[in-house]
Design a protein around this ligand. Sequence first.
Ligand code: MIC
Ligand code: SF4
Length: 683
Amino acid sequence: MSLGDSLAIKILREHLVSPPETLRPGQEILIRVDHTLTQDATGTMAYLQFEAMGIPRVRTRRSVSYVDHNMLQTGYENMDDHVFLQTFAAKHGIYFSRPGNGICHQVHLERFSEPGMVLLGSDSHTPTCGGAGMLAIGAGGLDVAVAMAGGPFGLPMPKIVGVHLTGKRQPWVAAKDIILEMLRRLTVKGGVGKVFEYFGDGIRDLTVPERATICNMGAELGATTSIFPSDDITRAYFHKQNREQDWRPLAADADAHYDEVIEIDLNRLEPLVAQPHSPDNVVPVREIAGLKLDQVCIGSCTNSSFHDLAIAAHVLKGKRVASNVSMTLTPGSRQVFATIARNGILADLIAAGARVLEAACGPCIGMGQAPKSGGISLRSFNRNFEGRSGTPDAKVYLCSPETAAVSALYGVLTDPRDYPGDYVTEREPDVYDTHDDGMILPPSSHPETVEVVRGPNIKPLPTRGPLEEDIRGKVLLKVGDNITTDHIMPAGSKILPLRSNIPAISEYVFVRVDPQFPTRAKQYGGGVIVGGSNYGQGSSREHAALAPMYLGVKAVLAKSFARIHRANLINFGILPLVFADPTDYDTLQQDDELVIARVREQLQAGPDILVQTTAGRTVRTRCEVSERQRAILLSGGLLNHVRMSQASGHSMADAAAHLGTATMVSTSGQFRPGKPRLEEVHA
Ligand code: MIC
Ligand code: SF4
């Protein structure tokens, strides 16, 4: 029997606040957070929330604010946000990665990752840094704000699943195919409540950026996070990043216990593709090869590293993108951009007719490059939810950069193994272009002189009052399984600029599902939503809870919830109720009138919450929450909860302690000495 610890357990243990005697999957644990990251689309709210807590400077080892999502400046809103974020960072002790410097996950991996540390990010793809041995978790902005204030992060203790990789990939089979295989086997619900820890001889075949691709898209499994050990391959990456001093070796015990083990034989893996409109709708490329394409995009936080662009150049050098295809390429960071510019790859790509975009999220989040009506777009990205590309009836397929590049050449979906040329053997450049971190601004050493600039797009933060005695309201909408946060609160170039303006963005809640939703919610004075299983999968955007809260949504009754969205609902005082008997889902209809009588009392008494229908039926639901979450729900949300603790005479530190953070503040140090590079550059 194996008794040793997995790597994930080791890192979790090291970060536990008031360690419980046993670690039982599902039980809530509180962990210390070393690093935080935010991006602009979730960051403005996170910082407004941090500000509301009245803490002058972040108390983390390192906090970084990135600008990478809202980059199309078609009006004043996005740049207003950028300036707010830049001045806020300077004042409050946060590093600021300027627009143009790259996608948060790629840049954090390159310039900040540290094996063994816990990173909390207000973006669901934060697990990318698991490729460098970090325990990196996505969360809502409010959870990140609490972490910046020195508070812990609460999460259900995950199961640790070992993913045993054996063998060696054939040429043209990519790291992306490994995670697509995981999605094929486990589906978008298969990772809920789990950490995937990769081990075995097969990991030696994967560079850090390739490992990062796998961890990144673990988010699509609904996983808490994914992680690789920190070994000599990791060390070589840190060396190339010119920061070997940040590396340390980390691995599971040789006899590590895993709650479950998944076996993947890399020898047998083949190029895979996820069909519309879900990342788990995976088939071998050869099964649907020949599909005519309109667009091919390589980039996004999943596949925008040096290798991902180099493979495109390798295939396209001296040739031309097929005339029926519009091809875009997005370097993940300014470092990648500079590296491909210096070694000629960029010139080859331009000559081949690729459209090179700035280092940002871009087409992945519908920030430009929307496909034609009904268009077929093949992308190396991680999400293909309906409408996310910006074209409601476009069909998006997800694949590796290898498959994307070869398909762009032929104009039809092609198994890259059919490409007649050789595969590249060089997976990383000899050195990355690390000489210039000038687009990362350190915080001001004179914060008192910095004024935070707030343009008209930055609106105050709405909150609700404490939880009511009774909840009465209509079913505003009934939806099916796997509803994504893109359904609840869509993104794209028109809606994303409103992320700092909740009254304005709430006009778009559920509009792609039912354009009348916001009007109905306002007309009825709020109500409840009925959902199927895995409600709220996908992104970490807390706007999918905050904007419904603003419209008066008091509860969501669903068969099950995705982890981050459930936490966001609690943080904004919306009750996440799970049907005790899933067949009750079938009995509820839109416009039914529901009553949750004495809801405060019911919640205090335990997880059973009874919901009455006007037809006189009782629907039994469960609200399985920890003591901490119960207190948050009763207060009407996390911010209210912290404020109420402060109002009753506690300082913020005490308020944080009230959330279970007593030992937090003292353990969160300043930046480690011995790595002055960034500071030096900006001195
Ligand atoms: C996404 O990929 O959907 C996003 C945009 O990066 C989100 C965050 C957001 O909604 O701003 C995510 O994945 O968390
Ligand atoms: Fe940006 Fe797309 Fe990654 Fe989200 S998934 S962080 S939008 S590149």
